[in-house]
Structures are given as structure tokens and as C-alpha cells.
Design a protein. Structure first.
Length: 309
């Protein structure tokens, strides 16, 4: 088994209407919880590294932890750069052995987004690495990505078709109503499925990506708050909406907030119930198990719920 690209994973997902989970990683316990779940479910897997993760854990540590996960589990894993801010960071990750990179030029006007994306695509493809790009702007906050609601814009289907044709990008992150962080909707959850269907109709062979797609599972929010947390009103994307999106070309679903909540909820509970513990293994072990259980649920009941692999 090895580090692989997402090409084959997405090709299968497109034909069978399911999505591959792309989970953000920051340390060993998070990686172990995710890969143990994927191994038990025999599921395709993307581990992705954000700017915040690179700053916190440092790239070399994360890269070797993912190598260890491949060796330990025998899984084929995609190592993906999440929200690469410019050509240089994408180039560095390609050179460092990542098998997939995202160039996020969504802050630019369409012509500049096309130009910078094409530059990354040309460099990455020459080295056998696949590229994800973004068109449209998601609201919310995640590590280095900060977009207020007034600046968020949904993806235009015609522009999406032009963008894919001119860049040759392998997958496209779109904006249809999801957002980063734990507070995705102020009212009732809403995703623009009509827009999604229009995009998929115009570029049916292009795998689409949903960022900001954590459900913000209520049980973890409640557990955090029960044991001293202060995250009232947190709300994510209902799981039935994720299942529906997979029917219209969404092949990659990004999940980060749910990992954070699962881990934090379990650590908070452990400290309250076991105040004398100071060995990190005593609380990081249960946190790792909570991540594993949550990821298994996501894979089995949401992403691959059709039973297709």
C-alpha cells in the first residue's frame, strides 16, 4: 500500500454516487483515530493538512506520521494540502511528497484565479500530483481562511465550466451554502442543490468538493457544553444533505470541525470525571477513540451509506 492520488477514488465515487471523506489532521492521535476507522470500514481515505496544521505540528512531522499510518494499516491514503494560499506552498508540498494539493485562488477575480490555478496544475501534473481548486467563497473561519458572510459568494455554473476547461484542474471546490467553523447557519440549514445540479450538468466528469461540511454533531456540542464548554448555537450541515450532494457529483467532503468537537468533548469529560489524571495518554487515548467512532459513523452512515466501495 502507498500514498496515492485521488484520481481512482473520485472516478469510482462519481459512478456510484458516494463521497470520500477528507479529514483534517493535526497530531498523531487524530491521524490514528481516522485511519483506524477507515481500515475497519475498508474505506477510501484522504488526510489533509491545512496552514494551521503545518504551523502547529510542522510539515515534516505530519508527513512522516501519515507515512507511518500507511505502514501500520496497509491503506492507500491520499495526502492532500488543504487551502494552499499560493504557488510556492503548493510547489513545496508537491516536492515534499504530497499526492494532492489545493490551490485556493477564490479571493481573486476569475481571470487571476484561472492563471494561478493553471500555474499550479502545470507544475503538479508534470510530477504526477493532482490539483483541487476553489471557485466561489465560503463564509466562516478555519485556520488561515477567514471570510465574513457579506463576502461569501456562491459558485456560478457557467464560470465553473470555463474555469475547469481553462485550468485542467482535477477537482473543484464549490460554494453552495456550506461554511467553515461550527456556526454554519443562523436559521434553517440550506444548500443550493439547484445550483449544484446545474454545475454537475455542465461539468459531469469533474469531481466536486464540499468544504465546511461538518455536521457539528449535537451530541458533541452538548457534551462540550456539559463539561464547561461555551459553544451555544453551534450548527452544521445535516447529514441527509451530504448524502444528497453525493448524488450530484460531490466526491470529496471535508471534515474538520467534527473531529475537533469529538476530541474536545471527550477530553473535557475526562478531566471532570478524573481530576487527578495528568498523564496525557489517559485523556488522549479516549479522545482518539472518540474520533475513531465519529469517523466510522461518517464513513458508514453518510459518505459510503450506499454500501459501495
Amino acid at each position: 500500500m502507498a500514498l496515492v492520488t485521488s484520481k481512482e477514488m473520485f472516478a469510482k465515487a462519481l459512478t456510484k454516487d458516494y463521497a470520500v471523506g477528507a479529514f483534517n489532521v493535526n497530531n498523531m492521535e487524530i491521524i490514528q483515530g481516522i485511519v483506524d476507522a477507515a481500515q475497519e470500514e475498508n474505506a477510501p481515505l484522504i488526510l489533509q493538512v491545512s496552514a494551521g496544521a503545518r504551523k502547529y505540528a510542522r510539515g515534516a512531522y505530519l508527513r512522516h506520521l501519515v507515512d507511518a499510518a500507511v505502514e501500520d494499516t496497509g491503506l492507500d491514503i491520499v495526502l492532500h494540502l488543504d487551502h494552499g494560499e499560493d504557488f510556492e506552498i503548493c510547489k513545496k508540498c508537491v516536492d515534499d511528497g504530497f499526492t494532492s494539493v489545493m490551490i485556493d485562488g477564490s479571493r481573486f477575480e476569475l481571470p487571476e484565479n484561472i492563471r494561478v490555478t493553471k500555474e499550479v496544475v502545470d507544475y503538479a501534473h508534470e510530477r504526477g500530483v493532482v490539483v483541487e481548486a476553489e471557485l466561489g467563497k465560503l463564509a466562516g473561519i478555519e485556520d488561515a481562511v477567514k471570510v465574513d458572510a457579506r463576502s461569501a459568494t456562491f459558485t456560478d455554473p457557467e464560470e465553473a465550466a470555463e474555469f475547469v476547461e481553462k485550468t485542467g484542474v482535477d477537482s473543484l471546490a464549490i460554494a453552495i451554502g456550506t461554511s467553515h467553523g461550527a456556526f454554519k447557519f443562523k436559521g434553517d440549514p440550506y444548500l443550493d442543490f439547484e445550483r449544484l445540479q446545474a454545475i454537475h450538468k455542465l461539468i459531469p466528469d469533474t469531481p466536486l468538493v464540499l468544504h465546511g461540511a461538518s455536521t457539528v454533531l449535537p451530541e458533541f456540542v452538548a457534551l462540550c457544553n456539559q463539561y464547561g464548554g461555551e459553544i451555544p448555537g453551534a450548527q452544521g450541515v445535516p447529514e441527509d444533505m451530504i448524502r444528497t450532494a453525493a448524488k450530484y457529483g460531490v466526491c470529496k467532503v471535508n471534515i474538520d470541525t467534527d473531529l475537533r468537537l469529538a476530541m474536545t468533548a471527550e477530553i473535557r469529560r475526562h478531566f471532570v470525571e478524573h481530576p487527578a489524571d495528568f498523564d496525557p495518554r489517559k485523556y488522549l487515548g479516549p479522545a482518539r477513540a472518540a474520533i475513531k467512532d465519529m469517523v466510522k459513523h461518517k464513513i458508514h452512515d453518510v459518505l459510503l451509506c450506499s454500501g459501495q466501495r
